[in-house]
Write a protein that binds this ligand. Structure first.
Ligand code: G4P
Length: 543
């Protein structure tokens, strides 16, 4: 009886035309430790997709980025980093969005948060090094949404670990089951190629293999005698034995187990030599999921719903020093974007018109007329859009899983000019809203503590405070390395905990209680002492 509830989903009809566009899309990121070969692989993928014509284009940007040390060059390279933040390219009938995970000096919270906007990931492991710390951290984030992972073991042209030892390392450290889809034939100087276990084909390695070439020399039968000639009798024999062994010992690849993050299909190759990359890419477009359901506070959103929706996962400021504008990176979750469309900005309760959305091609930015679920659009604004903001046609949705991540580095901010206290607070709040630093006010004492996931953000913050807010401040080191947001169902226990730990507690920019301490060891100690208190490594944004 009576009128319908206002927040009833307004337009959840499935649009069949949209389904076609959605199924073509693959939105992913590469996770790896620095130097495993992310830049090289990215470049090869863009070459295969025809998005760049020659090797070196992505690499030179990385060199420029790595050389960044002062604020001026940080400013200068912003234009560079934005165009490599999202790279769109086509491969066969697929439209692929590759989101960059900054990994060197520019490692930051964005690196983690980007992973909340993708549907799948490719993990690169250096053949000689196995699983390294940064990969572990990024994998932890992928685990939060059970993101499907394809593994590429790189640098087979160099000596490294035996394949089964790498599998053991991955399975041990990352708790994911490795299912080989290709198998290497030797390594280092004896690296002769890979055997495709699915297609049962041998691909013979030749250094500098170009994507324009045919598929390399392929042998379709392991018993083919030409194999003995091509790769030597002994290597052919050990390949036959390896294949027999893994066919018997390894579990079969199971698409569902891959999609729920339990299994990872593994490919071997050498990114720099373009070898094994096409096999990986061909499987990737086939098995990696197109955009799927996305949870919101009220319901799951289907990408094929007619009504437009999406969320912001990254803010980049001052791309154009002339205009001091910000670009919000916005992931479309359902419906179709058309130029000039009106959407509801729910946090502000306002309708806005998006007329200047940008799409990021491999080498340039261009204004677009339409975009679909899985696509990332850039929306220019003057600081009105925050991370986690949801835009929809009408329905008041709030997408979940775009959190803040606990910072790992901390500095205390010392103001040099006491008259500027207000400007400092304002500057820090606004910079925190862009999501690369977090600001804490300790319960005891007056000074701001800022936290970041990567240390470069401290330099950027200080330089921007000066340039944009005329604040002259300095940092003081502080003996902290761990932060956890704390909650407790029992108010009295939380009160007692707060009283007893006042010197280790602070409020973040949104007023949430945060426990700051010197080490994981100290954290473990507190967790043991306060079993009813929950210590959170991530925190969802306020709506
Ligand atoms: P990153 O983005 O993950 O940090 O790694 P990047 O691609 O820059 O690769 C790191 C180093 O590893 C580079 O060498 C790169 O050439 C090399 N590399 C990448 N793939 C392979 C491979 O398949 N085999 C071998 N042997 N090396 C590979 P660099 O010396 O740091 O740079 P450069 O002078 O070669 O450009």
């Amino acid at each position: 009886m009576g009128s319908e509830p206002i927040d009833k989903p307004l337009d959840t009809k499935i649009d069949k035309k949209l389904v076609k566009e959605i199924n073509k899309r693959r939105t992913f990121a590469i996770i790896s430790h620095p130097d495993a070969g992310k830049t090289t692989l990215t470049e090869k993928l863009l070459l295969f997709g025809g998005a760049i014509q020659q090797a070196g284009a992505v690499k030179s940007r990385k060199i420029e980025r790595a050389a960044t040390s002062d604020f001026l060059s940080i400013e200068q390279e912003r234009g560079i980093s934005v165009s490599s933040s999202v790279m769109k390219f086509n491969y066969k009938e697929y439209e692929i969005n590759l989101l960059d995970t900054p990994g060197h000096k520019d490692f930051s919270e964005d690196t983690y948060r980007v992973l909340t906007a993708v549907d799948c990931a490719v993990m690169i492991i250096d053949n000689a090094k196995g699983v390294e710390p940064q990969t572990r951290k990024l994998m932890e984030v992928c685990r939060m949404r059970n993101t499907p992972i394809i593994t590429f073991i790189n640098k087979l042209d160099r000596e490294g670990m035996e394949p089964l030892d790498i599998f053991e390392d991955i399975e041990d450290k990352l708790q994911i089951e490795c299912i080989p889809l290709t198998w290497p034939i030797g390594m280092g100087k004896r690296f002769k190629g890979v055997y495709n276990l699915e297609k049962k084909e041998v691909g013979i390695f030749s250094p500098g293999y170009s994507p324009k070439d045919d598929d390399g020399i392929l042998i379709r039968d392991l018993e083919d005698e030409r194999l003995d000639e091509l790769i030597s009798e002994s290597q052919a024999q050990s390949l036959r034995e390896d294949v027999e062994l893994i066919s018997g010992a390894s579990e079969p690849f199971d698409l569902d187990l891959y999609l729920n993050g339990t299994q990872t299909p593994v490919f071997f190759g050498s990114a720099i030599n373009n070898f094994g990359v096409r096999e990986m890419l061909d499987s990737f477009v086939k098995i990696a999921p197109p955009p799927g359901l996305r949870p919101t506070a009220t319901r799951d959103v289907n990408p094929a719903e007619k009504a437009f929706s999406g969320f912001t996962f990254k803010i980049q400021a001052n791309m154009d020093p002339e205009h001091r504008d910000r670009i919000a990176f916005f992931r479309i979750c359902s419906g179709k974007y058309t130029k000039g469309m009106k959407v509801r900005h729910h946090r502000l309760g306002k309708d806005i018109k998006i007329s200047n959305a940008t799409i990021f091609l491999a080498r340039e930015r261009s204004n677009i007329e339409e975009a679909y679920p899985g696509d990332i659009i850039g929306i220019h604004n003057h600081g009105t859009i925050k991370i986690g903001d949801t835009f929809t046609t009408k329905e008041p949705l709030k997408f979940l899983g775009i959190p803040n991540f606990a910072p790992e580095h901390f500095r205390r901010v010392m103001l040099r000019d006491p008259m500027k206290a207000k400007a400092l607070s304002k500057g820090l709040t606004q910079l925190a809203e862009e999501g690369t630093i977090q600001v804490f006010r300790p319960l005891m004492g007056n000074l701001h503590v800022i936290g970041a996931v990567g240390v470069l953000q401290f330099d950027v913050t200080m330089a921007r405070l000066k340039a944009e807010y005329s604040v002259n401040a300095a940092y003081e080191t502080i003996d902290l390395s761990v932060a956890r947001w704390v909650t407790c169902e029992d108010e009295l226990i939380l009160k007692e905990f707060t009283k007893r730990n006042e010197s280790s507690l602070a409020r973040d920019a949104e007023g949430r209680l945060t426990f700051l301490t010197t080490s994981e060891y100290q954290l473990g100690f507190a967790m043991e002492e306060w079993p009813k208190i929950e210590f959170h490594k991530t925190r969802e944004h306020n709506s």
